[in-house]
Design a protein around this ligand. Structure first.
Ligand code: SF4
Length: 91
């Protein structure tokens, strides 16, 4: 499952979630953000408009790595970064 917030993409490997006993991402989202992650059919699902309500707090990813199964990957694209790295010789 994948969803977008304003400047990030959140990618969740649901196969790992089925084995997860804590579902820590759900509580983290409710505690530190606006609770857009909910449990549906045993896996996380988005409730509401993530583009508008998402706070990009990264709490779900943190909690998943420490208390879940490492199923969440967040990508934050930085436009121009690759060009800058090439220009600076750090690619
Ligand atoms: S904490 Fe991670 S592994 Fe567990 S349900 Fe949430 S995303 Fe899936």
């Amino acid at each position: 499952m994948e969803f977008q917030e304003k400047t990030i993409s959140v990618i969740i490997d649901e196969a790992k979630c089925r084995e997860c006993e804590t579902k820590a991402c759900i509580a983290a989202c409710k505690t530190y953000a606006r609770g857009i992650l909910v449990l549906k059919d045993g896996v996380p699902a988005v409730q509401g408009d993530a583009l508008r309500l998402g706070t990009e707090c990264l709490a779900c990813e943190y909690e998943c790595w420490f208390r879940g199964k490492g199923a969440i990957r967040i990508e934050a694209l930085t436009p121009g970064l690759e060009e800058y790295r090439r220009k600076m010789g750090i690619s």
